[in-house]
Design a protein around this ligand. Structure first.
Ligand SMILES: Cc1cc2nc3c(=O)[nH]c(=O)nc-3n(C[C@H](O)[C@H](O)[C@H](O)COP(=O)(O)OP(=O)(O)OC[C@H]3O[C@@H](n4cnc5c(N)ncnc54)[C@H](O)[C@@H]3O)c2cc1C
Ligand code: FES
Length: 267
């Protein structure tokens, strides 16, 4: 299906660029074409400002679409995201997308468990917004309460997310994977499918938990990216044995992978 994907490159007006939590911003870019094509788990590559400095576009998960707007939720971690946070509404940014292979699920059948760590919340918000609310249980972990992103503040209603924080300043005091473990321990019926996005140590823990309990799981991975289009090899991660190949390109084969398809020992 790769050849059939529609990828759009265009200058998109910044309709929204507002603070969502400590060091975290929500940006809405006006692109009816990308909004119409985007699926949960896909991402966009954004040039941080007009011109060639910084040279490389940066990848961001699509955290939702509304009308002709495509939303991304980003944390300021370096020069590029600092420039992005200073961008003004009404400016235009070059955007490429939607890119990558998103989450796979069926509209009928089993329940879903969503597990987010930090900015891993972004693709899972889009996924949850595409599912009936009664079908999923959503766990999200943050460092502390001031980093928590409230879906209501993003215009997403009624998600009922259970929170964990490292310092105990909100919700469960501890790791989001402990919420997952507790939930699974208390379950009697079919646990369904787990969808996860977050830092690699969190994803490794989710992989171990789901593997131990034989629960299907899809993870959204991050990797350094230059092109986002499968051309530069920059985003390669090792495939597990039996996949018929040694490496995956996170930008094209992912960012969403079946948990069993990734060599977790190499990450
Ligand atoms: C598919 C994909 C989806 C992503 N979605 C989101 C998202 O929804 N929201 C969001 O905030 N970020 C997301 N990221 C990460 C985002 O692309 C980086 O944070 C961004 O490129 C940093 O740019 P910078 O110029 O500010 O930082 P740089 O100057 O490039 O780096 C500054 C510091 O941040 C670290 N850093 C850079 N990239 C990452 C990364 N991917 N993970 C952890 N640390 C990193 C660097 O090691 C360095 O220490 C995603 C990445 C990928 C590959
Ligand atoms: S970012 Fe260039 S191949 Fe994936």
């Amino acid at each position: 299906m790769k050849g059939l994907r529609t990828v759009i490159e265009q200058d998109a007006e910044i309709a929204v660029n507002q603070r969502a939590a400590a060091g975290t911003y929500l940006m809405g870019l006006r692109s009816p074409e990308i909004a119409a094509e985007a699926r949960p788990g896909q991402f966009v590559m954004i040039r941080m400002r007009q011109g060639m400095d910084p040279l490389l576009r940066r990848p961001f998960s699509i955290c939702g679409v509304r009308d002709d707007l495509v939303f991304v939720l980003y944390r300021v971690v370096g020069r590029g995201t600092q420039i992005l946070s200073d961008a003004r509404e009404g400016d235009a940014l070059a955007v490429l997308g939607p890119l990558g292979t998103g989450f796979r699920w069926s509209s009928k059948g089993c329940p879903f468990i969503l597990v987010a760590g930090g900015m891993g919340m972004a693709p899972l918000l889009f996924l949850a917004g595409s599912m009936a609310a009664e079908r999923y249980t959503f766990f999200a972990g943050f460092g502390s309460a001031d980093q928590m992103v409230e879906p209501d503040a993003l215009g997403v209603q009624g998600m009922g997310i259970s929170i964990a924080t490292d310092d105990g300043s909100a919700g469960h005091h501890g790791l989001v994977t402990e919420l997952l473990e507790n939930h699974l321990t208390g379950l009697t019926g079919n646990p369904g499918i787990v969808f996860a996005c977050g830092p690699v140590p969190m994803l490794k823990a989710v992989a171990a938990i789901t593997h131990r309990r034989n629960i299907p799981c899809q993870v959204s991975l991050e990797a350094a990216m230059a092109c986002g289009l499968g051309a530069c090899q920059g985003c390669a991660v090792r495939a597990s044995s039996g996949q018929g190949r040694t490496y995956w390109h996170v930008c094209q084969d992912g960012p969403v992978f079946d948990v069993m398809g990734v060599d977790w020992g190499a990450l």
